[in-house]
Design a binder for this molecule. Sequence first.
Ligand code: GDP
Length: 365
Amino acid sequence: ALTTGIVGLPNVGKSTLFNAITQAGAESANYPFCTIDPNVGIVEVPDHRLEKLTTLVKPKKTVPTAFEFTDIAGIVEGASKGEGLGNKFLSHIRQVDAISHVVRCFDDSDITHVSGSVDPIRDIEVINLELILADLESVEKRAVKTAKMAKTKDKEAMKEHAVLEKLLAAFEAEKPARSVDLTKEEKEVVKSFQLLTMKPVLYVANVSEEDLLSEEDNEHVKKVKEFAEKEGSEVITVCAKIEEEIAELDGDEKAEFLKELGIEESGLDKLIRVAYRLLGLETYFTAGEQEVRAWTIPSGTKAPQAAGVIHSDFERGFIRAEVVSYDDLVAAGSMTAAKEAGKVRLEGKDYIVQDGDVIYFRFNV
Ligand code: GDP
């Protein structure tokens, strides 16, 4: 499964946020495909469509889809040179598909900041620089190899050489790989380099309780937003401390507390929603009398592979998919009505599953 790593300097609120994630966490029994690891928190992806489908179909059981966060502790300045848990830290980041970067935006004189003052941009740059330096090293190594081959006029090597030059220029200017303008073809080439700074980033601005409720962003958050915009990254605002409290509540209590706070969505739900989108993930549903359930697929997944998320037998024996879009099903009011209205389509193995499709797979065992 795709995963998002949580990074940040010490004392910015990472553990507090990660505690909230594991508190709110889903039972891994329902999600056997998820990793079992103390540093991994499994969360259920909130989706209002699932509730609506439950009212329509009245199944015995409703199961949301799940999603993983990995806690990546231990970054300090100098990590790329092996300081602190440097190398371990970098190898953990290499394994995640997106990065949630927690930055301290709360002023609290009782809580020491590693650099003595609250300055989110400096903090972001400390971590980003470590990642850039690690990428610089791997790209330099690679460039030595391809330069030799490019001399022999090897077409692939020449192409790769040109891309590496672009990346090196960016790294030397302390810019991440994701900020480099690349053609689709070049992006394909870069994929194989497994660069840390190519991964999509979501900045999580951790603010105080008071600031969470004020309409205007605080000065720190404003700066983070400006920074992220230039880079093409996203920002969300949370108060990790409140998230820890929210995570202990369930259903109605949670709704009540959010109402009291005057917010519509918990920071954690926001984090899950944005991280899910950042990873290019989509949801389709199965809706039977036994169970209504949401499933996660990368966008662009074809029907047999989507079926494979449920069980590999479904993919192997795939015959056809009966598909109705969520909107059509809700408009019709029931599966039978949707069928009568001609809204249920029979799709074959080349069908690309769309977000919100409600699917019944036919397969051979
Ligand atoms: P980590 O080192 O990044 O994992 O940071 P922690 O989660 O351990 O938090 C460091 C300190 O900051 C702890 O004392 C937390 O209680 C406090 N803290 C975390 N989030 C907030 C917050 O949103 N507001 C305030 N005032 N303190 C927080």
